[in-house]
Write a protein that binds this ligand. Structure first.
Ligand code: T1G
Length: 692
């Protein structure tokens, strides 16, 4: 039973009890309707609804999406509540989201405990509020605020909701206590039902301008714009008709691939930390965190740890660099202070008490975990770990923030290889949510569990990765990045490639990203690998030429693009330089359509990702999806590269790879796992299901 009914005096009470988040699944919906009927039949003078556990309804049950819907559907539940002949009071706490807020809006009176958060996040799932939220919310808040809440999906705090008239009161106490008191007061006052739907439409706004803003921010995602159109219906038609329009638009989004991609991302983000091998494995204590190296990465890791309430011991080579590290960390925390994420007291406590920056390794003696973030050189790292090994306490965990070096080789030189792990943060480490937990062959299970526990503590999304060059993310990145270079050699322009991939949803195309990161890094890498390079490998010599001319991208103001102030324009020297290189290499270029560019880029990404899963570097396809979503700016509405591949159809992608292999068998070797899945008529998601 998920809805419990009781009557106290004149007031009927419905308690929702469907852990963990009181999702509005069929039993809850049916229970609400039945409870309302019983309250009326039993002559109650008011009905109170509240949630047991940690929250009021946090929305529709997302697991029901894509399956045949059972009656009563949520819009009908809300209509029934709004049409009740007795006042309905909603007593709110926790996260009042989606259909949960819609149930509250269809109630006649709303009261909340302090700290309650309210929102309509449906667009983040590729849909829109489908139970009256787009028609009722604007009638309380006006169009601007409703559009902002509905098209961004961001929740607001209870105090703001009160100011906006979404809720009547914010009162201390339990939901039952404050709800009962408010309902009794209303009964004593003889209050009658006041449906929000009966309120007039608010004053119109410049809808075209507002829509253009939403469209720009959506960058190809459909749901925010469609949700906007549903809200706009309030100014164009009556309430009941508006509900019909909302339903039509809701169902149109339910059919989209974007909805499937975004819901996959929702569950993948939660599934990725659930590893069968960690079931029942307790993590070690985590209070004191040591960081070696206070450069950008080290300072970011220290900042994230301080924000999570950990003590931090930062070790640097000299007093001067220790001071500089302290300055960097304080700068990061200043940002959090300015954004109101922390108070001035918390800032002082973090910088003056929780953080120490010294040059003494002995200061690491009480650290529970020590993360090395020094220069990416194996010998330098081995020296640092030898020093740590000598001072760290017996059950301390030693970790490297390397982004591609061999974790097993690093562990081999230690006295405690079982206590060693890779923790690959992404820059800026106090902002980027992805953390690759790189597990060596000797790493102990409780050390892995502690890596995941640290990630949760830091508010990160951790992905388990095996050991190979570049782990999951950088290995796949280097492949699809190389595919982009090959398209240039074959005739495409870097500008067309960037445009095509930005239209596909990437925040920034690969060549603009290279300019941001610095073209000299790739150049140094190519020079480092040249002596051992396989002669069949195609080399983007045009990029070397650009660097030889001193163009390293944003840092020199010129790369593929020219950067003046905040403007970026195509560098006119680039295309002639590329044409000259092609001629020198005897290449005959051909033109590319945007579709061909996306297909080839994604084929490279999917193929390498399938190898990463096939080799067990990533445990499941969803681990790759989460890595690319949280660390590499892959558009969330595509669900991740392997979810995207499933939705496109694997046979077509394998076909593309096979055709390209005919021209370049060295680069395009079809992944055995991809061939196997196609042969068996299966998809990547079948592997996710098998593994969960
Ligand atoms: N449906 C089903 N399961 C849900 C769920 C939901 N709405 N929300 C959470 N879960 C599961 C989640 O998968 C996890 O399961 C567990 O609950 C704890 O969640 C008509 C159609 C509420 C802020 O978008 O944002 O209403 O992994 O790990 O960090 O207009 O969950 O333990 O097996 O995230 O404390 C709109 C989605 C739906 C809210 C809690 N609602 N949920 O965060 O815990 S669409 C949402 C969240 C809708 C109507 C439309 C968060 C949370 P497991 P968790 P958390």
């Amino acid at each position: 039973m998920t809805i419990h009914y009781e009557k106290r005096g004149d007031i009927a009470i419905l308690q929702a009890d469907n852990p963990p988040v009181n999702a509005l699944g069929i039993d809850v919906r049916a229970g609400l309707v039945a409870g309302l009927e019983r309250a009326t039949q039993e002559g109650a003078k008011a009905l109170l609804i509240y949630g047991a556990g940690r929250t009021w309804f946090a929305g529709a049950d997302i697991r029901e999406f894509g399956k045949p819907l059972k009656d009563p559907i949520l819009p009908d539940v809300c209509t029934a509540i709004e049409a009740a002949s007795i006042p309905v009071v909603a007593a709110l706490h926790g996260t009042v989201l989606g259909g949960g807020l819609e149930v509250a809006l269809s109630s006649h009176f709303r009261i909340a405990v302090p700290g309650t958060r309210l929102g309509l996040p449906e667009v983040t799932l590729g849909i829109l509020p489908g139970a009256g939220g787009t028609q009722r919310l604007p009638r309380l808040t006006g169009f601007e605020k409703a559009i902002e809440m509905i098209t961004s999906g961001k929740p607001i705090k209870a105090d703001e909701a009160k100011t906006l008239g979404i809720i009547d009161r914010v009162t201390d106490g339990t939901p039952l206590e404050i709800g009962l008191a408010y309902a009794q007061e209303l009964v004593d006052q003889g209050a009658t039902p006041c449906p929000v739907g009966a309120l007039p439409a608010p004053d119109p706004i410049d809808f075209d301008a507002a829509r253009a803003k939403v469209e720009k921010r959506a960058r190809g995602q459909l749901s925010p714009v469609t949700a906007f159109d549903a809200v706009r219906a309030v100014s164009q038609m009556g309430f009941t008709e508006g509900l019909g329009e909302e339903r039509r638009l809701f169902q149109s989004l339910m059919k989209t691939m974007q909805r499937e991609g975004l819901i996959h991302a929702f569950f993948a983000e939660r599934q990725v930390s659930k590893l069968p091998e960690l079931a029942g494995v307790a993590p070690r204590e985590l209070d004191v965190l040591g960081v070696i190296g206070g450069g950008t990465m080290g300072a970011g890791i220290a900042t994230a740890a301080l924000l999570a309430g950990l003590q931090v011991r930062m070790i640097e080579m000299s007093e001067a660099s220790a001071e500089a590290a302290k300055g960097r960390i304080a700068g990061n925390l200043q940002g959090a202070l300015k954004r109101g994420k922390i108070s001035a007291e918390a800032f002082a406590q973090m910088t003056e008490t929780a953080l120490s920056c010294t040059t003494e390794y002995a200061d690491l003696a009480d650290a529970d975990i020590i993360i090395e973030a020094v220069f990416e050189d194996m010998d330098v790292k081995k020296q640092v770990f030898a020093a740590i090994d000598a001072v760290a306490k017996p059950d301390a965990i030693l970790a490297s923030n390397t982004s591609y070096l061999d974790i097993n080789e690093m562990a081999a030189g230690m006295s405690r290889p079982a206590d060693f792990i890779g923790l690959h943060f992404f820059s800026p480490a106090h902002v980027m949510r992805l953390l690759e937990v790189v597990v060596g062959t000797q790493t102990a299970p409780d050390v892995v569990a502690t890596g995941f526990a640290l990630s949760k503590r830091l508010g990160k999304v951790a992905v388990r990765a095996g050991v190979c060059d570049g782990f999951i993310g950088n290995r796949i990145l280097s492949t699809y990045r190389t595919a982009a270079d090959h398209m240039i050699l074959d005739g495409a322009s870097p500008f067309q490639i960037d445009r095509a991939l930005e239209a596909f949803g990437l925040a920034m195309g690969p060549f603009a990203v290279s300019d941001l990161a610095g073209l000299d890094i790739g150049w140094a890498n190519r020079k480092r690998l040249a002596p051992t390079r396989d002669p069949r490998e195609r080399v983007p010599t045009f990029a070397d030429k650009l660097c030889e001319d001193g163009h390293f991208g944003q840092k020199t103001g010129r790369g593929y693009y020219i950067y003046e102030g905040r403007t970026k324009t195509e560098n006119p020297d680039v295309l002639p330089l590329i044409e000259a290189e092609r001629a020198a290499l005897g290449l005959r270029p051909h033109s590319f359509t945007d579709e061909e560019i996306v297909a080839r880029y994604m084929a490279a990404m999917v193929n390498e990702a399938a190898k990463v899963v096939g080799e067990g570097i990533a445990r499941r396809p969803l681990d790759v999806d989460v890595t690319l979503l949280f660390g590499y700016g892959f558009p969330r509405y595509h669900g991740g590269p392997l979810k995207w591949a499933d939705m496109q159809g694997l046979p077509g992608i394998l076909n593309t790879i096979t055709e390209l292999a005919a021209q370049d068998a060295y680069f395009w070797q079809p992944a055995p796992l991809l061939q196997q899945l196609v042969a068996e008529g299966r998809d990547f998601d079948s592997l996710n299901k098998e593994a969960s």
